[in-house]
Write a protein that binds this ligand. Structure first.
Ligand code: ATP
Length: 581
């Protein structure tokens, strides 16, 4: 197929912003394209050379693009660079340069779609010594044969900015009209969501029509487009909308789709980037926890504080880069996979099966370990129960809830009302620090072996002369302070919990309440686990400091009874609520 025929359609697409006109132009085009080229036509229209999950990248630095264009047109490099800065679009620079070109090979021939795609793929795949030269040669070879307007689109694919304004769903629409009817769009969309390969879908349609979709199945190694959630502003509305449903912990991390077979585990991001080498700890964890042949699992990767077991903000691991520093980062802050869905198990496609079956499959597929866990959930239609679960999530560092319809299939690639997110609608920062008393400790692990992993901290309640717990404190200590702690607390050590300490948590060691530390927290939350203010706000919950951090200041000037009081913690909680209402 002549590339000029494709480019003519691109010009029409670029000239309109009307979706219907675009669909019309694309439908005509797709009907005309021979079936052995349609795959390439679709990829090029997406500004790509292959389905996104193959991660085919041009690998041509800006400098190299400039060199190739200068080489092919006879323009000085500095000129090409200046024009790029002026025009902001490499495609237009190439077009203008070719219009004024002084050199051209005598043997130029009309470009075909096949040749353009082949050469661009060659550019992407050239590797090793001499590859930059090879890339330039392949691009110059295309430019030699290209007309100015063809050069515009070739360069745009090269720099990854197609500018046609054609969304994937517009191509889906056009494919349905070209090879079936516009009412068949959902079938085409589903085929795309499952295979993530619009070029492949087009080829099947062109060769066998809709009946060809029978052969599209989930395949381990081929990522599925993620199911997304709608949102509602209140728990009442969530419960009303879904009735009896599964409420899951909504973890604040990174969505991961894990593809597991006996030979390999591959982790994909929501955008189909391959994350395997960035999260070797998740891969290891899965290898250990997985107890089936093969599967596709959906989940959230969340960094964990090894000592307190608490979830950490995702920023803590966001800087993990391939290779460099990953090993060190794993030691410091490991990541756990919180699995929440199972799309395929042992070769069986579970997408159409109800949520409850998929959850059961997930439970069969995984043995829970420290590194790989199932998303915590309850099944209920009771608002009070939902509220209590929500509070627990927040206190443990989660973002909110995901409510899921018990009968719902996995709707790949779509955002629907079968998954509803309910997040906390406010973020408060504690304006002030609190001074808390050390009453217990938990043994350290990993780098903290030999010292404490976390301290159990309490506020003071003068009403019953008791120390009531508000958090486990593990952050904010430098190494020197940390390793000096056991010595410093040695004299306060007690065999049993001090009678004045009110705690539901079982610490590894107990101390006489004496030492006061200054602590900064993100906010005060309701907590079923801590005893400070128990019953003051809600009959079955106390209050906790969320994301507590030692400021570095020992309040040696304060005795334990001068620590922040329970009443102050309650009033901090109430003032946060005022701030948001
Ligand atoms: P969206 O994903 O809806 O486009 P977003 O990227 O801003 O929006 P959020 O609004 O925070 O993300 O919520 C959706 C995300 O929550 C999911 O994509 C997933 O990564 C994450 N998540 C955490 N826990 C769960 C869970 N139990 N079930 C489903 N998703 C979860």
């Amino acid at each position: 197929m002549r590339f000029a025929d494709l480019v003519e359609v691109y010009e029409r697409l670029e000239a309109t912003t009307k979706r219907l006109e675009m669909i019309g132009a694309l439908t005509d085009l797709l009907r005309r394209v021979p079936s052995n080229v349609i795959r390439r036509v679709v990829y090029l229209t997406q500004g790509d050379l292959a389905p996104g999950f193959r991660n085919v990248k041009m690998g041509l630095a800006e400098k190299m693009v400039i060199r190739a264009l200068a080489f092919a047109t006879g323009l000085p490099r500095a000129d090409v660079e200046t024009r790029w800065k002026e025009l902001g679009d490499m495609g237009t620079v190439a077009e203008r340069a070719l219009e004024a070109r002084t050199q051209r090979k005598l043997t130029s021939a009309p470009l075909t779609v096949e040749k353009v795609h082949d050469n661009l793929l060659g550019i992407a795949q050239a590797a090793g010594t001499g590859s930059q030269e090879e890339k330039i040669r392949l691009l110059a070879d295309l430019l030699n044969d290209a007309t100015p307007v063809e050069a515009r689109y070739i360069l745009r694919v090269v720099v990854g900015k197609m500018r046609l304004g054609v969304a994937d769903m517009t191509i889906v629409d056009a494919l349905a009209r070209a090879f079936a009817t516009k009412e068949d769009k959902p079938a085409v969309e589903r085929a795309y969501n499952v295979s993530s390969d619009l070029g492949g879908v087009a080829e099947i349609l062109a060769e066998s029509g809709l009946s060809g979709f029978r052969d599209i199945h989930l395949r381990v190694g081929v990522p599925v487009r993620s199911m997304l959630a709608e949102r509602l502003p209140s728990l009442e509305q969530v419960v009303e909308k879904l009735g009896r449903s599964a409420l899951e912990f909504k973890y604040d991390g990174l969505r991961i789709q894990a593809h597991i077979d006996p030979d390999e585990i591959v982790l994909y991001s929501r955008r189909f980037d391959v994350l395997t080498s960035q999260f070797p700890d998740v891969v290891e964890g899965l290898r250990d926890a997985f107890r089936a042949e093969s599967a596709i699992l959906d989940g959230e990767a969340v960094p964990i504080d090894m000592n307190t077991g608490a979830f950490l903000p995702f920023q803590e691991v966001a800087h993990r880069r391939r290779k460099y520093g990953v090993q060190e980062a794993i030691q410091r802050i490991p990541v756990a996979l919180m699995a929440f869905d199972c799309l395929a198990l042992n070769g069986e496609d579970l997408l159409e099966r109800p949520y409850t079956d998929r959850r059961a499959a997930l439970e069969r597929a995984l043995r829970e370990t420290e590194r790989v866990r199932l998303a915590e959930q309850i099944v209920t239609d009771d608002l009070e129960e939902a509220r209590r679960f929500f509070e627990k999530v927040i206190e443990q560092g989660g973002e909110g809830l995901m409510a899921k319809g018990l009968a719902s299939p996995y709707e790949a690639g779509s955002r629907g009302w079968q998954w509803i997110k309910y997040k906390r609608d406010y973020k408060a920062e504690l304006a002030d620090t609190v001074d808390l008393v050390i009453v217990g400790s938990f043994a350290g692990r990993g780098r903290r072996a030999g010292t404490y992993g976390a301290l159990l901290m309490a506020a003071y309640d003068p009403e019953d002369d008791a120390f009531k717990t508000v958090c486990k404190l593990g952050s904010g200590f430098d190494d020197a302070t940390l390793f000096a702690l056991p010595k410093r607390l040695q004299d306060l050590h007690q065999d049993q919990k001090d009678p004045r300490v009110d705690s539901q948590l079982e610490a590894d060691d107990w101390f006489e309440p004496a030492v006061v530390l200054e602590v900064l927290g993100a906010e005060i939350t309701l907590s079923p686990m801590h005893t400070a203010g128990f019953g003051a706000i809600r009959p079955d919950a106390g209050l906790a400091v969320r994301f507590p951090r030692f400021t570095g200041r020992w309040r040696d000037d304060k005795g334990p009874r001068e620590a922040t009081s329970v009443a102050e913690i309650i009033s901090l909680y109430r003032s946060q609520l005022k701030q948001i209402s």
